[in-house]
Design a protein around this ligand. Structure first.
Ligand code: HEC
Ligand code: HEC
Length: 202
């Protein structure tokens, strides 16, 4: 293969990787460009109109809300999902009366309070305190971002949370935090929980 051919192939590979969200690290890329997968509230300060600014910020939050790490636990059915692209949880488990699973298949039988790495690049078993499925009223799977926005603000469906309680949930909840540190072999939600909390506040 000629030199030009090789470069074209390389370029296509990088473009394809970028298109599916695989980080491509280039030696001369500034660190900030790599780190800043999620914008900061300040990045939106040039949008003068408050409503437009809120929409832009919520759209940015959507990168987290619609990430498989979050949606897999906010499914539309009684069965959680796994992986990206998401597939139904294996083995089959059901939410049960309290979101913690059926009596014989409790989530905490397998999921501990911390991620458990299988080692040797074989992935990990997710874990966080009180691992359980989001209630049916909080299903996001297959929903448009606008619908998710309505849902999480609605105290009838969000577990009776006020907007400030919702902000605290996003900034401090351990299951939300897990999405940013999901363990070996799993892609993390973009940014950090701290930044996600700041965007929610903004
Ligand atoms: C018999 C063991 C077992 C039980 C019980 C179990 N899980 Fe899992 N779960 C696993 C394993 C193993 C994985 C990791 C699979 C992988 O990544 O290949 C997993 C992965 C997941 C993931 C995927 C995370 C991601 O984004 O990829 C979610 C969500 C999940 N479980 C939720 C639940 C919930 C909720 C319950 C209870 C209703 C539950 N699990 C019960 C074994 C179990
Ligand atoms: C292991 C399962 C699990 C994972 C993973 C998970 N959640 Fe949840 N989520 C829940 C449960 C359970 C509740 C309800 C708990 C409550 O009300 O305190 C919930 C509630 C919420 C709520 C409350 C508002 C509402 O109506 O939906 C928000 C917001 C939320 N999660 C955001 C996230 C985000 C963002 C992520 C990913 C970064 C995430 N969750 C990942 C299980 C999960």
């Amino acid at each position: 293969m000629g030199r030009a051919g090789f470069n074209t192939t390389l370029l296509l590979a990088i473009t394809a990787a970028a298109a599916v969200g695989v980080p491509v690290f280039m030696a001369d890329q500034p660190i900030a460009a790599i780190r800043d997968e999620l914008s900061e509230p300040n990045d939106f300060s040039s949008i003068a109109d408050e409503r437009q600014r809120s929409i832009a910020i919520f759209t940015e939050m959507g990168k987290v809300l619609q990430h498989p790490r979050c949606v897999n636990c906010h499914p539309r059915t009684n069965r959680p999902k796994q992986g990206d692209p998401p597939h139904p949880h294996i083995p089959p488990v059901a939410r049960g009366p309290d979101g913690l699973g059926m009596p014989a298949m409790r989530c905490t039988t397998c999921h501990g309070e911390k991620n458990f790495s299988f080692g040797g690049g074989r992935g990990s078993l997710p874990g966080a305190e009180s691992w359980h499925l989001a209630p049916e009223s909080m299903a996001w799977e297959g929903r448009a971002l606008g619908e998710i926005c309505e849902q999480i603000k609605d105290p009838q469906r969000n577990g009776g949370k006020s907007l400030s309680e919702l902000q605290r949930h996003n900034a401090e909840d351990g299951l939300v935090g897990w999405g940013f540190e999901p363990g070996d072999g799993r892609s993390a939600a973009p940014g950090s929980q701290e930044l996600f909390g700041q965007l929610t506040a903004a």
